[in-house]
Design a protein around this ligand. Sequence first.
Ligand code: 2NL
Length: 372
Amino acid sequence: MTLEELKRQAELSLSDLGVHDEAGVTAKFAEARETMGRERTSLVSRSTDLHFPRRVREFRNLILARGHGLVARIKENWLDATPKHLKPAAGRAFNSLRIIAEELLEEESILNIAKLGKTLELEERLDLTLPGNRRPLGSLHPVTQMQREIEEIFLNLGFRIESGPEIESVYYNFDALNIPESHPSRDDWDTLYIDSRTVLRTHTSPVQIRAMEKYGAPLYIIIPGKCYRHDNPDASHSPMFHQIEGLAIDCDITFADLKGTLDFFAKKLFGEKVRTRFQPSFFPFTEPSGEVAISCIFCGGEGCRVCKESGWIEVMGCGMVHPQVLRNGGIDPEKYTGWAFGLGIDRFAMMKYDINDIQLFFQSDVRFLQQF
Ligand code: 2NL
């Protein structure tokens, strides 16, 4: 019996087909099973065909679909409509037909072949001449880019990069740096305390003390990293910000070395035309201390809105390391002297990229970040 013949016969009752006894019932059902089996064999033999998965789906539909599938039609016309005396035989034959029909489609081989075919089918739909999907590449955060650029200059001068904990003891953050008990920066309103003896570091200086203890003199290091202060965020303040500090300790280090190094640094970073200006200042950990300004990189020193018509932009603090601070780091101030400086990386990045709000760095807005 061909498939077409089976389809036609499935629409007729057994008596219409001239089946009137048990033997006839068994034979008719057997014929149906054979036809389905043959159809499956011929299907599987074409399993490398690109349209195989679709054919499997159609075959499944043809046999098992509710209502119009062959099994459903046979149940309705050969089983349900069969006279009572043939029901037991028809029931048994139908059950075995149904189970075999399901098995025809549930064998692993046909499913696996169908899956394989599916990928072939997808590949067929792929147009390899189309341009590829663009995968957007990420980039380093602007603050990181600025940090790397500053690091590079000092690495080339022979400095090493050092790092340390962001959760720091009050001793390393304040005491060892000669910052008096009464200093306003220790206040709860300026410093984020974990407990009475532990803070989120307010600057990277504590790492300098740790490095002095660890390596002794001579010492040439820079320390980039995150710092924390109890500040409300605004265009120029963030409770988390980034600092780089530098420290040079050796025999006969003088303020002239400090000036020469920072002037070299400013010229490398902002261009050879840039000039530096040192003005006296005060920090508890340096003596003498200075404030460094560079000639305005926007107007060249003529005076503009950015430099408030002064021609200068203050960019960092510096000074000769206080003898007590050297001592606290285990270094003999009679043998060694040193200089140090500190600058805000975020502020440098704002200058370099002409950004007027520090908050933009920390909001993770891709529309902002993808510009760098
Ligand atoms: C500023 C000022 C500065 C230092 C940081 C320092 C560290 C040690 C000893 C001495 Cl361990 N000094 N660091 C020195 C002078 C200034 O930073 O305004 N930074 C943004």
